[in-house]
Design a binder for this molecule. Structure first.
Ligand code: NDP
Length: 504
């Protein structure tokens, strides 16, 4: 679990809260156990922060705000790059921790952690290009647009990519001059605590990055805190509705990165093995537990049967087991509830008439992994749009394949969802890619690929998938207040009644 985490020593460290640049004892003894989803071994425990703890963390952020927001953006950029470099030097430690807590295979986590510094470097760089803008407008007027830090931001993060999602938000918020209080998921709270300690070690001023651990109620306390002026959530759609309602009560702006039910359209001109390999990557990385995991495969009729066979073969070949083993290709799902939801969905799909082409249950593994929450990579064919498997976000390695006859039907099937986050389409025909891609209702679209995520490419959905964007200039600007100031250069004052053209 990494020595830096052994805050109170012992084989399963009992952590404290991290705010104001130091580890802090929580107000009460209430704690949350963090267990390996692969073996159920106790890995650590973290405090269940109380209202007083949340208040203290927000107070620490508030105290740091004047100094941090007043820094020149180049100075803040230097801090963020130092943080990025420190993370970059500790990728192996971070990957091992992420893998142990989330159950994702170490090979996936190493690759993901290796890219984390990019977000800090990117936002450090673009924030230097965003100071103020001046524009001449009609009638000799000049308008100056100023960008200013908002204040204390609440970052509510999920368990599935605890570090990646946190750093995406943190990099944009900090580069803009804000201070943050993070509430990570109770299922994966350890790496966010560690990152807060590393931020302080890298030289970020005390109170710029603070973490309070706890459950949903802790997140709610943070959302309701009167000094929190901006909320950013990645989580489930139902959580999004609750957080938006709280934000609405106080008229606090929020970004909501919520769930999805990503369609993958496969046209018959795609080489079969490429389509099957792409499908396995889309569906089964992270055991299907990403918001954009390919879950609804829509395949042109002439390729349908060969595709189902090739995809099923790849699913059966995936090596499940110890997430720490570099050979392992798929770990467990995060919890018993998550595994049971997958098994229940399989039962319902069978009862509804779908055909199980691969997987379909829990694998038999040797101890200690026989206790883990493992689910077989599962492919169901003959899934129709009225089935729950086609409609509901499952967040596990259980996917559906449905045939389509033509482009119009493919688009209609893909868009037949309340979610609108990710989508992918596979074709060799670039004109079709543009034609079909433009008609897909999704905030993030890949052509002949999947899962690619880059700080320069905006990320976020519509509808039940939420609103607002991560990545790119959009994310940076969403963490800034914008103000315009208009100056008159014309010596002749033109009053309201005389100069109508300036007001229209
Ligand atoms: P949850 O919605 O359960 O939790 C997200 C965060 O919100 C957690 O920190 C949680 O705390 C907190 N929370 C829960 N209830 C409240 C509340 N009432 N007020 C304030 N905070 C609250 O999501 P999961 O952790 O289960 O993550 C999986 C979900 O996230 C999936 O639906 C997935 O699609 C979505 N997701 C979306 C992404 C995107 O980019 N759009 C990316 C990754 C995931 P706690 O867990 O401790 O209760």
């Amino acid at each position: 679990m990494g020595s830096a985490l052994a805050v109170d020593g012992g084989p399963a460290p009992r952590h404290r809260l991290f705010y104001g640049g130091a580890w802090r004892a929580p107000e009460t003894e209430a704690a949350i156990e963090v267990r390996s989803p692969a073996t159920l071994e106790l890995l650590a425990s973290v405090p269940m922060a109380s209202a007083a703890d949340v208040d203290a963390a927000v107070g620490a952020a508030r105290a740091a705000l004047a100094g941090w927001s007043a820094l020149d953006s180049a100075e803040r950029a230097r801090h963020l790059r130092a943080f990025a470099d420190l993370i970059g030097a500790r990728i192996d430690e971070l990957a091992a921790l992420e893998s142990a807590v989330t159950g994702r295979p170490i090979r996936e986590m190493r690759a993901q952690m290796g890219r984390i510094p990019e977000w800090l470097d990117y936002f450090a760089a673009i924030a230097m290009g965003l100071e103020a803008e001046a524009n001449s407008v009609k009638g000799g007027l000049v308008t100056v647009t100023r960008y200013e830090a908002m204040g204390v931001c609440a970052l509510l993060t999920p368990w599935n990519h605890p570090v990646l999602i946190l750093v995406k938000k943190l990099a944009a918020a900090l580069a803009a001059g804000n201070c943050c209080v993070v509430k990570p998921s109770e299922l994966a709270p350890v790496s966010p605590l560690l990152l807060a300690e590393w931020a302080a070690e890298a030289g970020l001023p005390d109170g710029v990055v603070n973490v309070v651990t706890g459950a949903g109620e802790t997140g709610a306390l943070l959302c309701d805190h009167p000094q929190v002026v901006r909320i950013d959530l990645t989580g489930g759609t139902e959580t999004g509705r609750k957080v938006a309602a709280r934000a609405g009560q106080r008229l606090v702006p929020c970004t909501l990165e919520l769930g999805g039910k990503t369609p993958v359209l496969v046209f018959a001109d795609t080489p079969l093995e490429e389509a099957a390999a792409g499908a396995a990557f889309a569906a089964f990385i992270a055991a299907g537990q990403t918001c954009v995991s390919g879950t609804r495969f829509l395949v042109e009729r002439s390729l349908y049967e060969p595709f189902v066979a090739a995809f099923a073969e790849r699913a059966r070949a995936i090596r499940l087991g110890d997430p720490a083993d570099p050979e392992t290709e798929m770990g467990p799902v995060i919890s018993a509830a998550s595994r049971d939801r997958c098994l229940q969905a399989m039962e319902e799909a069978r009862a509804a008439g779908a055909r199980c082409a691969a997987g379909g249950g829990s694998p038999t593994l040797a101890p200690p992994f026989d206790r883990g929450h493992f689910v077989e990579p599962t492919v169901f064919a003959e899934v129709s749009p009225d089935m729950a498997l086609f409609r509901e976000e499952l967040f596990g390695p259980v996917v559906s394949v449905t045939p389509f006859e033509d482009e119009a039907q493919a688009v209609a099937l893909a868009n037949d969802s309340a979610y609108a986050l990710g989508a992918a389409l596979w074709t060799r025909d670039v004109t079709r890619a543009l034609r079909v891609g433009n008609r897909l209702r999704a905030g993030v679209l890949w052509v002949n690929d999947h899962h690619k995520n880059d700080p320069r490419a905006i990320w976020g959905g519509f509808g039940d998938s939420g609103f607002g964007k991560e990545n790119g200039w959009d994310a940076l600007k969403s963490y800034l207040n914008k103000r315009s100031m208009t100056l008159r250069s014309n010596p002749a004052f033109d009053d309201w009644f005389g100069g109508g053209q300036r007001y229209g």
